[in-house]
Design a protein around this ligand. Structure first.
Ligand code: MN
Ligand code: MN
Length: 461
């Protein structure tokens, strides 16, 4: 059954909403190229939208009333936004959850070296990337350096028009006879991802590595840190530049990190758009570390969501362990993550009846996983039926898909982790072309439908 392209139904009002949303989204991408930046910006927006700090509410210890809006940002790399409903949380809450980490390269702890009058930063890639895609394009440094005294220095180099950018070189085609015979996974190896950051030696110096000495001087003078401070830094190397409208018809957006900030943004816009006091409590969640298995203290497998749930129960005067367990099991969730968009250039990677198409609306994946659905959260038919009804009743364009042809590959999301509480969870997101490439492609229509779909879910599930 073929779904209609969402663009065909839009009137002038819908188009102007869609454009305004897309404009805010491009800004969200530009200001949030790392999980920390993205979380900081979301907190800023939450405060503007009347959200109060959960940590402060816990300290104050006063009973919270329905309609209260709260934010929490564990370790500054995750986000939880809550709108308290009229019903007790024991009945369950409605959750939309995405992740805000994206594939990239991280600096190693001892990254800096000089080789033959060039200075480099050595990197370790993060998440699943085709390494050959990350050479010969302008790159930027984003992150933090934390000094021994606890001072935190924010670093963003390569985004301002006046900034220099950085780059990883590739071998010239003229000398690539051997390289061109290699498998794509070996054309550029993990240890080849070395970022060039300098090439000018200091004058009049005895220093052996005078290009490096010059760079160290710049780091100290301009950014206030020294070589040893790289030991306690988290600096990410991402494509330099802004998200852009794409296509002569401006129907798409080319940007870094659509996976999964497009879903995160759609969720956040959806919860901000809700004015009434909802029946059930609502939650918009941004997790970290999805791209490396949802591990660590900020990954979805950590307990911050469960802890916040318990804290909110306590602050509404209704906490006990049994009620917490019931509340989690009675909750409903959309695990919002991007889906593989059907690509006519690579048609054989898809099964066309069960593929997500750009422009045909928010996508639901009953299951993801690989081979025989390995590693998948296979949502219940009963739940899929409920979600279908919510989308249809709200006039949201949606489609269903698998992640590509059976036996070709696969992938996972945070869905299976939240399903461990016995709550209903289904994957839902926006179709992306060139997923995990430095620049990914989405359709504005799918962003718009996702936002409307998530809002309908929050209010009606
Ligand atoms: Mn993802
Ligand atoms: Mn991904």
């Amino acid at each position: 059954m073929e779904r209609e392209n969402a663009w065909k139904k839009y009137d002038e009002k819908a188009l102007s909403e869609l454009e305004a949303l897309s404009c805010r989204y491009r800004n969200f991408l530009d200001l949030g190229k790392t999980e920390r930046e993205c979380a900081d910006y979301a907190v800023e927006l939450a405060k503007k939208n009347g959200y109060i700090s959960l940590d402060e509410a816990i300290k104050a210890g006063k009973k919270l009333e329905p309609g209260t809006k709260l934010w929490a940002s564990p370790m500054g790399k995750t986000i939880m936004l809550f709108v308290l409903g009229r019903e007790p949380m024991e009945n369950g809450i409605n959750i939309v959850g995405a992740h805000i980490d994206s594939p990239r390269m991280d600096l190693k702890q001892n990254p800096l070296y000089e080789d033959t009058d060039l200075v480099y930063l050595d990197t370790h890639y993060y998440g699943g990337i085709k390494k050959y895609q990350w050479v010969t394009l302008p790159l930027a440094l984003h992150g933090v350096v934390v000094k021994k005294d606890g001072t935190k220095i924010n670093v963003v180099i390569g985004e301002d028009d006046a900034d220099p950018v950085l780059c990883i070189s590739d071998l010239l085609i003229h000398l690539s006879a051997e390289q061109m015979q290699k498998k794509a996974s070996e054309v550029i190896g993990g240890e080849d991802l070395n970022l060039i950051i300098g090439g000018r030696p200091l004058k009049d110096t005895e220093e052996k590595e005078s290009v490096k000495a010059n760079i160290l001087g710049i780091l100290k003078e301009k950014y206030g840190f020294e070589e040893e401070d790289f030991l306690s830094a988290e600096i990410e190397i991402v494509p330099a530049g802004r998200a852009r409208d794409m296509g002569l018809d401006r129907s798409m957006i080319l940007g870094y990190g659509h996976d999964d900030r497009v879903c995160a943004f759609a969720e956040m816009e959806a919860i901000f758009a809700i004015d009434e006091v909802p029946a059930r409590t609502l939650c918009c969640l941004f997790a970290d570390k999805e791209e490396i298995g949802s591990v660590g203290a900020t990954g979805m497998q950590a307990k911050y969501f469960e802890n916040a749930f318990a804290e909110l129960m306590a602050l509404t005067g209704d906490y006990c362990d049994l009620k917490l367990r019931r509340g989690l099991a009675n909750s409903k969730m959309l695990s919002c993550d991007v889906s593989a968009g059907y690509d006519p250039n690579f048609a054989s990677a898809f099964e066309k009846k069960n593929a997500a198409f750009l422009g045909r609306g928010v996508c639901f994946n009953k299951y993801t996983g690989s081979r025989g659905k390995g590693g998948s959260n296979d949502a219940n038919a009963e739940y899929m039926a409920e979600v279908r009804k919510i989308m249809d009743d709200a006039g949201v364009s949606f489609q269903t898909a698998e992640l590509g042809r059976v036996d070709l590959g696969g992938g996972g999301t945070i869905a299976y982790i939240c399903a461990l509480y016995c709550m209903n969870v289904i994957d839902s997101g926006v179709a992306v072309l060139s997923m995990h490439a430095p620049w990914e492609i989405i359709s504005k229509a799918d962003l718009y439908e996702a936002m409307k779909g998530y809002k309908a879910f929050l209010l009606n599930a």
